[in-house]
Design a protein. Structure first.
Lengths: 735, 411
């Protein structure tokens, strides 16, 4: 109440807002990814129950509580189901000051498409809140909204305020807790402007590449890896136009945010707002589904907790000791053991000697005797017969487990699957009545493919009657299918093979706890990296270390790693270019090409010279037909031929030394053939005025302190060097 | 009715909290419910009762922990019965015999003189408790008694005028009675703080916990009467409302000491009286109050310090704490206690074998049993815990105690 009042008075104080625009929100009821397959083939993700309440209810309840007046609900996959749900729920009835308008589009493949579609509808009139339908939050918006408006007034280029939350005391918490990627952001400590965003930050690399201008333009900035992206944004209407202008923007973060940050021309700015005490999280994968369910049961999301948040037709749950939520009409046999942090929906019956712990059980489930359920999410109308063992699984509506079935950790049973008697479903398997789509697109396309297939798939469900399905299956068992049917009793469903990066990654995104050995590996890797990096450089990025622009050293040090790889790539490119040059391309063009390569790979002149020389030598090898006698001659020819090119790139002593060092290196590693003729080639280079005597002498003095093994070539060229040392005197005498 | 669903939603989402706010808004809502109810020609009272009960049931379910909502619903039901009796005495005599006798009882209590007699009886009963004897004796002339009898007289006058104008519809009289109820809720602070001088003496040390508006007004009133005294404020973790109260008291020129909740036992020996607010007073005289109160009450008992609870009459709940309908507590978000950012690795279920190892319990309320409360000060004066049931009988009729069951049986 107080919040709402505050917001309203603040708005009315504002003289510029003569006609107060109602606070609008765009709710994307589609997440445009496949992480919840196979469940999302049959039901949209936003309607999946999270502690017995569809996710979208949490989001809508939050929007309603922060004073949003108009919600545009964008549905794509399974739009009918979403619309039907909204229509039947209490959201469908008109509330004073809270209306929901559904926008449907079957062609949108990504959040970007969705926003472009909404732009076309021309409904957004002012700042709006952008949120996905799987976000749980209880934060207050008033302050951030006001801050956003103030910033907008000062600087019309402000387009977005992103909510972030500090949530990571340990380096790996994001991954182990929510199964998310690490995020790194650079934030201006004063203005809270977002300067850099990397959502696939690899903390094990312990290095980060920042644009130099970032450090030059900002007096100070925070590099933070301990922030969680809340996936809630306050957007200005311009956001939609930006999406329209950049039709290739698909992903909100990966494309839009990064795009704006890299784009200096438009100068659009994104700010962050850090929330402290409130809870926000997004159900992104099965692991975060598990974690967020537990957070809700532990009441972090208060007042959006099971005993407070309930839709009209559902019986209200009551909280009992040890975090046990029970609907009033649950039938439990006296010998049932209910462990801590469990929710049981109304109408559920649990038989003798069964035990339930850390689990959520939906409505109208029938659970037999001697069943053990640990860490499971059992949705509505599930039948579990006597003696089943379930651990850390998700069991969707209408599933039937016959006597003695066992679900190993990480199993997902989609709608109406049946598991036969005494069958063990292996860990991390996903079972669905629908066959796995055989065609797998490339990874990038996969991200956006969900909507398409979702739309296509949904009618097919309707058309197949259950009987049909069973027949289908009898005829089309693959080997995995038969696992379920062993024992001759009915089991129905396809086992999906893991579609993503294979079994290795399954544990990462599963509801099951991370296996101990994986965890050890994880941490071991982390700590190894930790130690090595702390040896190497002091300036590892602390969780919220302030990086002042004077200390640019970090920047350069950090870029070292990538740079090595780049040089070898560069050399290869130069070589290819050079080969083409031999084919008769004009020398100027080759120069130009190599120069531009040098720029794009950002290598030094010296390295460039080395690379060019390497190419020359390699061409000599090819020309010599690998006969040793010809080699010297071929080399001389090659040097002669590309003298112009070499002298163009080799302009000063440093570069010359680099060339000699390069040659030395080559003789020792790649082109050992040259080892015997090192000094002769060196002499040739001197004769052709590619390399001056200064450089050679410097090279010698540099090598003076080196190991004996390194001095092989110095010794070889001893005579030549001696002659050189005498030569200048002759020159002097001449003059 | 859009108002109803709106209010229900606000209650559900915990956007209205606190007994005073919820009580007042419930009364206002029920007033509009009554005024919008279509009146049949016969059995008008039953129609009103049904309408109020139907709404009331939803309101109570929306946030069962706000007992004040239920209290007000029951008060309104009681008002309807009463007004019905006074106005329908002529027309429905035969039908209402049983209810009438019941109601006569009520009317008896409601009458000014009888009530003060009840107060005298209460006083007599409370003399059994030696500790409260002194306070009650000083209370003897009972400044509340005249104010109360005057208000009772008012309503008496009103109902008489209703009676005289038999043609007037029941609805109007009910609405007027509800208006009086709202007034009473608004005035409760004044009525309570009028009694402050009787309880707070020169140079005393008063201890309170958390922040209660009733307590604040009570202390202000004593200060205004030029009593000089000191206040210890226990901060009231985890919401630390005590800090706010300390600020407010200092602005009024009161000498204030802020202590931690855990220092209560150490400080209590220097305290002359503990004055606290309450969330609800149950029928047995037990108190539902902000968390930490039981600890304070026990400390006060150990050192024989009077433990005084100040509360408006809308906090009087006709239910007993063991009733299944009573939700005694609400567990709030752990974020009051600990910082999510710091502790998120403790809730890393993936890494900890799937079972949460860290439990955080953040209850809102405590239950203080009646034997620990020395005195209740309501807008009708001081009362002993054992007298509460009597006071409650004045405000509620026994038929309304369980609203849900009643409505299902009537449907």
């Amino acid at each position: 109440m107080a919040q709402k009042k505050g917001g309203k008075t603040a708005a009315s104080d504002d003289p510029e807002e003569l006609a107060r625009t109602p606070l609008q929100a765009v709710l994307l009821a589609d997440t445009f990814n496949l992480k919840f397959r196979p469940i999302t083939l049959e039901r949209p993700k936003v309607l999946l129950p999270l502690v017995n309440t569809p996710m979208i209810d949490y989001t809508l309840a939050w929007l309603e509580s922060v004073g949003v007046e108009e919600v545009f609900l964008f549905c794509c996959a399974h739009a009918e189901q979403v619309k039907e749900y909204i229509g039947n729920s209490h959201w469908g009835q008109s509330h004073a000051g809270f209306s929901i308008t559904t926008i449907e589009s079957n062609f949108s493949m990504s959040a970007g498409d969705a926003l472009r579609f909404i732009e076309g509808k021309n409904v957004i009139r002012g700042d709006f809140i952008l949120i996905t339908g799987d976000t749980i939050s209880n934060m207050s918006l008033t302050e951030a909204l006001q801050a956003h408006k103030d910033r907008r007034k000062k600087d019309p280029d402000t387009v977005m305020t992103m909510f972030v939350k500090r949530s990571k005391p340990m380096p790996l918490t994001h991954q182990t807790r929510l199964g998310n990627d690490e995020i790194m952001m650079a934030i201006d400590p004063e203005t809270k402007q977002l300067l850099y965003y990397e959502d696939r930050f690899d903390s094990s690399k312990r290095a980060v590449t920042l644009d130099k201008s970032l450090l030059a333009d900002n007096a100070s900035l925070y590099l933070r890896t301990d922030l969680e992206d809340c996936c809630i944004d306050i957007c200005s209407p311009e956001v939609l136009t930006i999406f329209l202008d950049n039709f290739d923007y698909q992903h909100l973060r990966r494309h839009f945010v990064k795009g704006l940050l890299h784009d200096d021309i438009m100068g659009k700015k994104i700010y962050t707002h850090e929330i402290d005490s409130s809870y926000t999280a997004r159900v992104d994968n099965y692991r975060s589904y598990d974690t967020i369910s537990k957070d809700i049961i532990q009441r972090w999301s208060f007042p959006l907790v099971p005993d407070v948040l309930y839709a009209g037709n559902r019986a209200q749950m009551r909280l009992q000791r040890e975090g046990i939520y029970k609907a009033p009409d649950v039938t439990l046999s006296p010998s049932v053991r209910i462990g801590a942090f469990t929710a049981i929906g109304s109408g559920t019956i649990i038989g003798e000697n069964s035990s339930v712990s850390n689990s959520v059980i939906g409505e109208l489930c029938t659970i037999g005797r001697n069943v053990s359920i640990d860490g499971c999410y059992i949705w509505d109308s599930v039948t579990i017969e006597d003696g089943c063992r379930l651990s850390h699984s998700i069991v969707c509506d209408g599933v039937h487990l016959h006597t003695g079935a066992t679900l190993e950790p990480g199993v997902i049973l989609s709608f109406k699957v049946e598991v036969g008697q005494n069958i063990t479903v292996p860990a991390y398997s996903k079972v669905s009545l629908l066959p796995q789509p055989s065609k797998q697109d490339s990874d990038e396309e996969l991200e956006y493919a969900d909507t398409n297939s979702g739309v296509i798939d949904s009618p097919s469900i309707a058309s197949i009657s259950p009987a049909n399905i069973e027949h289908d299956h009898v005829s089309s068992f693959d080997t995995e299918q038969s696992v379920l049917l062993e024992g001759g009793l009915s089991g129905v469903g396809y086992i999906w093979t893991s579609c993503e990066t294979g079994n290795e990654e399954e544990w990462r995104y599963s509801v099951a706890p991370i296996p101990v050995e994986k965890l050890k590996e994880f941490y071991a890797k982390m700590f190894d990296e930790d130690e090595s990096s702390s040896d190497g450089e002091q300036t590892g990025i602390t969780h919220s270390g302030e990086l002042i622009s004077e200390s640019k050293s970090t920047d350069f040090d950090d870029s070292d790693g990538e740079y090595k790889g780049d040089v070898s790539k560069f050399e290869k490119e130069v070589e290819e270019t050079f080969e083409r040059a031999l084919g008769g391309v004009a020398e100027e063009n080759v120069q130009l090409e190599i120069n531009s390569l040098r720029m794009s790979f950002n290598v030094t002149h010296a390295e460039c010279a080395g690379a060019v020389f390497q190419s020359v030598i390699k061409s000599a090898i090819i020309a010599s037909n690998s006969s040793k006698s010809n080699l010297l001659k071929a080399t001389i020819d090659a040097i002669e031929r590309s003298k112009g090119l070499l002298s163009y790139f080799i302009t000063n002593v440093d570069e010359e030394i680099e060339v000699i060092l390069k040659f030395e290196e080559m003789c020792m590693e790649i082109t050992r053939e040259f080892a015997p003729i090192f000094s002769s080639v060196l002499h040739q280079l001197y004769d052709k005025e590619v390399i001056t005597e200064d450089a050679i002498l410097k090279w010698e003095s540099e090598k003076a302190d080196a190991d004996e093994s390194d001095k092989v070539f110095v010794k070889q060229s001893e005579a030549f060097l001696k002659w050189l040392k005498e030569a200048p005197e002759e020159d002097d005498e001449d003059e | 009715m859009p108002d109803v669903s709106d209010f229900i939603l606000k209650l559900q989402r915990r956007r209205i909290e606190g007994s005073h706010a919820t009580a007042r808004q419930t009364a206002e809502l029920l007033r509009s419910v009554v005024s919008q109810t279509r009146m049949p020609y016969t059995n008008q009272a039953a129609a009103l009762l049904d309408a109020v009960r139907a709404v009331g049931e939803q309101l109570i379910a929306a946030n069962p922990v706000e007992l004040a909502v239920g209290n007000i619903v029951r008060r309104v039901l009681h008002i309807i019965r009463e007004e019905d009796l006074s106005s329908s005495a002529v027309s429905f005599e035969g039908l209402m015999i049983s209810e009438k006798s019941d109601d006569e009882d009520d009317a008896d209590h409601k009458g000014g003189p009888v009530l003060s007699a009840a107060a005298v009886a209460a006083a007599a009963r409370s003399t059994l408790r030696p500790r409260s004897l002194q306070t009650l004796l000083e209370d003897g002339p009972l400044p509340a008694a005249p104010s109360k009898s005057s208000s009772a007289g008012d309503s008496e006058g009103k109902s008489k005028s209703d009676k005289s104008a038999v043609g007037k519809r029941l609805k109007h009289s009910v609405i007027e009675a509800i208006n009086l109820l709202i007034e009473e809720i608004d005035d409760c602070y004044e009525d309570i703080s009028e009694q402050a001088v009787e309880h707070i003496h020169q140079n005393e040390v008063i201890l309170t916990l958390g922040r209660s508006k009733t307590v604040k007004e009570f202390l202000y009133a004593a200060k205004q009467k030029n009593r000089s005294f000191r206040v210890f404020v226990a901060e009231g973790a985890p919401r630390y409302q005590g800090h706010v109260l300390a600020k407010e008291l200092i602005q009024k020129g009161l000498e204030t000491t802020v202590i931690t909740d855990s220092a209560i036992f150490a400080m209590i020996s220097r305290v002359n009286m503990v004055i606290v607010g309450a969330h609800a007073i149950m029928a047995n005289g037990g108190v539902i109050a902000p968390v930490g109160m039981n600890m304070l009450a026990l400390a006060a008992q150990r050192h024989a310090v009077p433990f005084v609870v100040v509360a408006g009459s809308h906090k009087l709940c006709p239910l007993y704490p063991h009733n299944p309908e009573v939700l005694l507590n609400e567990l709030k978000s752990p974020s009051d206690l600990i910082d999510f950012g710091e502790f998120s690795d403790c809730m890393d279920f993936g890494a900890h074998g799937g079972a949460p190892l860290m439990h955080v319990v953040n209850p809102t309320f405590d239950y203080v049993p009646p034997n620990l409360v020395s005195l209740f000060i309501t807008d009708t004066g001081g009362h002993n815990a054992a007298h509460m049931y009597k006071l409650i009988a004045d405000y509620y009729s026994a038929d309304d105690l369980v609203i849900k069951r009643k409505s299902t049986s009537s449907n």
